[in-house]
Ligand binder design. Structure first.
Ligand code: NAD
Ligand code: SER
Length: 321
């Protein structure tokens, strides 16, 4: 086993829970320090060290990095797109001011070999090409979340250049998973729909039937994250953030995929304020730079993901078929 000590911020979230679990499998439970502003409840986070940490508290973060002799940092804490629009100042404070605190803590501590910062398709906006959105293109983000993520991307490149921090980043599409519920994003419908399909046999979507967005199943998100973090530094040509794609679908497509397993499943549509956010985002992503640089290739399409999601969600609610 490689000797690393890894601190994860925002560990109790949808991605954090699974990234911590996977890191603990790879490096050992005691070598992965989970941190968050809330205490963990998920079983996967209870078998190793946990510290309460608000990422805007730079001094406390430096103290934790020193206490545990941390060598890698996964900075996942954030306020997602829809939640961020309800309190834009909080979203900026956590997502941008908080990220600067993390970067400055890493520089002050001086022993972080690699730092992971997730960005998002939310960096794109109305004037971005919607189909096969290129790596380098217009980034006219419309939400505070998207603006803060794009600023974070540029600060990642800046701290790489000026402080030599080996920061690596992916622009995740909407992530679908069954272990933890999503934390307030525009793509959350694509998780909720599976739970409601199993529990109620019907779902009301907050995005319209034909709203296409780039999406990815959690196992592919984990695969991409670790492939990027395991790559040699020389392979990383993008020091802002890599475009990352897997599949593109709309709510009606998911409903059809669910009906293969639950023929009586019903869906209706009541678009809310999240529709306006979704309308500014890409529909599909060109991730050829990630593919060329460090060999990215997804495993799951909508039909494979749907079969796996329904299996796990049924297991969670102990529904037998
Ligand atoms: P989430 O909302 O599920 O989890 C975020 C976590 O951050 C929560 O546990 C929350 O308690 C914590 N947090 C909030 N404020 C904090 C603070 N001040 N200090 C410390 N912790 C704080 O989000 P997620 O889906 O797990 O996303 C993880 C990262 O991936 C985020 O940076 C997000 O922007 C990015 N991302 C996620 C998706 C997705 O679809 N899930 C897509 C693109 C990018
Ligand atoms: N899934 C995220 C959101 O909807 C995208 O970053 O906010």
């Amino acid at each position: 086993m490689i000797s690393e000590t890894i601190l994860v911020t925002g560990a109790c979230g949808q991605l954090g829970t699974e990234i911590v679990t996977e890191l603990r499998k790879r490096y050992g439970s005691s070598s992965v320090i989970a941190t968050d502003v809330v205490r963990p409840t998920h079983q996967g986070l209870l078998d190793g060290p946990f510290e309460l940490l608000d990422i805007t508290n730079q001094a406390q973060l430096v103290a934790l990095l020193s206490k545990y002799r941390v060598t890698q940092l996964y900075h996942l804490a954030a306020i997602l797109s829809a939640k961020g629009e309800q309190d834009p100042k909080l979203a900026w404070h956590v997502n941008f001011t908080g990220y600067i605190a993390v970067l400055d803590a890493a520089v002050a501590y001086g022993k972080i070999a690699k730092l992971y910062f997730p960005s998002s398709i939310a960096v794109f906006g109305n004037d971005t090409p919607k189909q096969n959105t290129p790596q380098q293109t217009v980034t006219d983000a419309n939400t505070v979340y998207g603006i803060s993520k794009f600023a974070g991307e540029r600060f990642s490149a800046y701290y790489y250049k000026h402080h030599g921090l080996d920061i690596r980043s992916l622009r995740y599409p909407g992530i679908i998973s069954h272990s933890t519920m999503p934390g307030g994003g525009t793509t959350d419908y694509a998780v909720h729909i599976y739970h409601e399909a199993v529990l109620k046999g019907r779902y009301t979507s907050f995005l319209s039937a034909d709203t296409y967005l780039p999406m990815m199943y959690m196992p592919d998100a984990l695969k991409a994250t670790f492939a990027l973090m395991d790559a040699e530094a020389i392979q990383i040509t993008e020091r802002g953030s890599y475009n990352l794609g897997a599949m593109s679908f709309c709510p009606e497509d998911v409903a059809k995929a669910i009906r293969v397993h639950i023929p009586e499943f019903e869906i209706d549509y009541a678009p809310d304020s999240r529709q306006q956010i979704a309308d500014t985002w890409p529909q599909s992503i060109d991730d050829s730079v990630a593919r060329a640089d460090w060999g990215w290739k997804p495993d799951y399409d909508l039909s494979a993901m749907t079969a796996d999601m329904l299996h796990h969600v049924r297991e969670r609610y102990l529904v037998t078929v």
